[in-house]
Design a protein around this ligand. Structure first.
Ligand code: C2E
Ligand code: MG
Ligand code: MG
Length: 711
């Protein structure tokens, strides 16, 4: 509790000091009539709202939009205030978000900043329009009022004209500029005389939309009384300024067009900012490549017009082993590598191809209307060979490869979402086939895979919903039949598919990474169960043997998870055993050795599972802190008793047992299904056994019942 309130206080402090530095940055940029303290207080309020927004699951951009409007409402109207604020927010806001940070924090931030700037721009435009309207109303009144009132209303219009912050110019119907106010002169850098020498037509910019000048013609012709546009102009010094331009027609007494009045608000700064933001919204800041949003928009365009013969192709590129580069050489080098890869990818594309970064180490090349599938294959081949040459990054030379999934389909036969998921699946085939290669999408193969993928993606939620459960299978001493331990075997009570055995989802969970949270859950469940048996049965309680998947062994959190769970459950370390296969160990020998040694020092036992199916390298295993060998079921199958036994299996098993004992390992035989097998193993001196003949995997309650009976 104390820790929590201190955390709460330090979060509040961090937000306050952020708001203060924000106030320092923007103080004086706009006229807000506040003291510094009030300003900092106001910005603290905004900071809190923004941080809450970053943290909330919905992260609704409408809130940030409203905050932008709020800035305008309190008269933070100078563009500089906005641009400085955005810089401060972009830099400082992420650090204010408390743990656990949302994984998509960067996107949330970009979205919030974009929405804030959008809200600001809209509010500011509305304000300008209101201001222009007010002047227009005064002008209309001035031109329409009857004779006697004319003088007064003209005086009012004059005052507005001279003092207005926005530029105002009055011209005749031929376009001659008759009068300009001071603001307009400042905006354009022309003197009144220079203006008088010009015609409205001279104010054309080569990139003006034709609609602007159409609207102008209609106004002069008296067909319209008013139009508003965003238009750019050249200043006297040749620079371009952007304006909100409102032009109104002033009619004579009998209603005939007489004059035109133009009102201009300089929005150059805001326009520049908007362009920067647009660039930001559509480009990956690291590599400068178009981002996911561009790809989505491009796909939406293509799919909006699914003509029958239109085709689309996509290469989905993912670097192999990028995480290792990041972990070993640091994130800065990782970033440089991504930049270098992005440049090489961009070099492989032809006009009309779109290369984008999807995030992390994932890139995409989109081919609109490819001639054949070969065009996409050629791009993929180019990418693979472009990556062959080592990439020099400071003092390091890195070789990086990529896997690529290629999908090429008629537009009418798919959708953006299906296209992306097909590319994703195909990429994963390329990875599975050994990386550094491309794979081509095949529909038949996909249908099965989609089912698997659906299962995989449902796994995380299933853990939270409690759909997994653990059965326990006794590990029995062959000398006296005592239950030494139990192996924890996970199952999935799937709401549609019923109870699924582990081989239908463990491999998948390993591939997707879901094995990490699932494994943690199994470990914790098994340890709590072991603790309950310990409380109930004391010394005769079984230890629990928990399977560790290769990925879990490589997971940094494993050791801290294990000690946390042991702490929470209060289970003695010798009541826990881990089972892992040789393959898991070989995958990262150095890391595995380190992890296993730590577990060994903690007092946790290690068993090698399914021994005999992997490398079966006993002398190698000797170097590892391993305590138990679990002999694979396939050897035990050959031991059918004295008759009909496979002499090779007999020999192998007895040799393995002897060797294992010489290395001070105990041996547990798996898959004992018959009495004969049990007897053979016992006579060979095998220490322990597991199998249907002894006991099937069963519920914890069944194990409790067995223990109560003293079996
Ligand atoms: P395993 O670790 O080798 O577990 C033993 C498997 O053999 C279990 O299958 C068990 O039901 C089965 N078995 C036991 N006795 C006999 C027998 O006499 N004959 C035959 N034919 N089979 C027998 P299960 O429960 O389907 O588990 C399959 C594999 O799934 C396990 O093999 C293990 O590699 C994996 N697994 C199970 N639970 C977990 C877990 O929590 N985490 C991880 N990473 N893997 C798990
Ligand atoms: Mg096992
Ligand atoms: Mg096994």
């Amino acid at each position: 509790m104390i820790g929590e309130s201190r955390d709460g206080a330090s979060i509040a402090d961090a937000r306050r000091s952020f708001a203060t530095s924000w106030a320092v940055t923007v103080a004086g940029t706009s006229f807000v009539g506040w003291g510094f303290r009030e300003l900092a207080e106001y910005l603290l309020g905004l900071t809190n709202r923004l941080v809450d927004l970053m943290q909330s699951a919905e992260a609704d951009p409408a809130t940030a939009h409203a905050l932008g409007a709020d800035l305008v409402a309190v008269h933070f109207t100078a563009p500089e205030t906005l641009s400085r604020s955005l810089a401060v927010l972009g830099e400082g806001l992420p650090a204010l978000v408390a743990d656990p940070r949302p994984p998509d924090l960067a996107q949330r931030l970009a979205r919030a900043i974009g929405a804030l700037a959008g809200g600001y721009a809209t509010a500011l435009r509305d304000r300008t329009l209101e201001e222009q309207d007010e002047i227009r109303r005064a002008m209309v009144v001035a031109s329409r009022e009857s004779e006697q009132k004319l003088a007064a209303s003209e005086a009012r219009f004059r005052a507005m004209f001279t003092e207005a912050a926005i530029g105002i110019g009055i011209g005749d119907l031929e376009g001659n500029i008759l009068e300009v106010n001071a603001s307009l002169r400042r905006m354009f850098g022309y003197t009144a005389e220079e203006f008088h020498r010009r015609n409205v037509i001279d104010m054309v910019h080569p990139l003006d939309a034709t609609s602007i000048w159409d609207a102008y013609k209609r106004l002069i012709a008296g067909q319209d009384d008013h139009f508003r546009v965003e238009k750019r102009f050249y200043r006297a010094d040749g620079e371009v300024i952007w304006t909100h331009l409102a032009v109104s027609l002033v009619r004579g007494e009998s209603g005939e067009p007489a004059y035109q009045v133009a009102m201009l608000q300089d929005i150059t700064e805001r326009h520049r900012l908007q362009c920067d933001l647009e660039h930001l919204a559509y480009h990956d800041p690291l590599t400068g490549l178009p981002n996911r949003a561009v790809l989505s928009e491009r796909l939406a365009e293509v799919f909006a017009n699914p003509a029958e013969d239109r085709r689309i192709a996509l290469c989905f590129v993912d670097l192999d082993g990028f995480k290792a580069v990041n972990d070993s050489l640091g994130h800065d080098v990782g970033d440089q590598l991504l930049v270098a890869v992005a440049a090489r990818l961009a070099g492989c594309c032809r006009p009309g191809h779109l290369v984008g970064r999807m995030g992390g180490d994932e890139f995409v090349v989109l081919l609109q209307d490819p001639t054949t599938e070969d065009e996409a294959v050629a791009v993929a081949e180019d990418i693979l060979s472009a990556l062959e040459a080592p990439i020099r990054l400071g003092d390091h030379e890195v070789i990086v490869t990529a896997s690529i999934g290629i999908v090429e389909q008629p537009v009418a036969a798919t959708s953006p979402a299906d296209l992306m998921s097909a590319a994703d699946i195909t990429l994963y085939w390329a990875k599975g086939a050994g990386r550094n290669r491309y794979a081509l999408f095949e529909r038949v193969r996909t249908e099965k895979e989609i089912a698997r993928f659906t299962l995989a993606s449902a796994m995380q939620a299933a853990i939270e919903r409690g759909e997994f459960f653990v059965d326990y299978q006794p590990l029995v001493a062959l000398s006296d039949g005592r239950m030494l331990g139990v192996e924890a075997l996970v199952r999935w009570r799937h709401p549609t598919y019923g109870d699924l055995p582990p081989d239908q989802f463990i491999g998948l969970a390993e591939e997707t990474g879901a094995i990490v949270p699932l494994g943690r859950w199994v470990l914790s469940t098994a340890c709590w169960q072991a603790r309950r048996w310990r409380d109930q049965f004391g010394d005769v309680a079984p230890f629990v043997s928990v399977n560790l998947a290769p990925r879990q062994l490589q997971e940094d959190m494993l050791l801290s998870d294990v000690s946390a769970i042991l702490d929470q459950t209060g289970l003695e370390t010798d009541q826990l055993q881990f089972e892992l296969t040789e393959i898991a160990v070989m995958r990262d020998e150095v890391g595995a050795l380190r992890t296993l040694s730590t577990l060994d020092k903690m007092g946790v036992r290690i068993a090698i599972d399914d021994f005999g199916t992997g490398y079966s390298n006993l002398s190698y295993l000797r170097q590892l802190p391993v305590h138990v060998l679990k002999l694979d079921r396939s050897f035990v199958e050959g031991l059918t008793g004295s008759d009909g036994a496979d002499p090779h299996d007999e020999l192998i098993v007895s040799t393995l047992i002897t060797l294992a004992h010489a290395l001070e390992l105990t041996v547990t035989a798996e898959g004992i299904e018959t009495h004969a097998q049990l007897e053979r193993l016992r006579s060979m001196g095998c220490d322990a056994g597991q199998g249907w003949f002894l006991a099937r995997p069963c519920t914890p309650e069944d194990i409790t019942a067995l223990l109560s009976r003293g079996d």
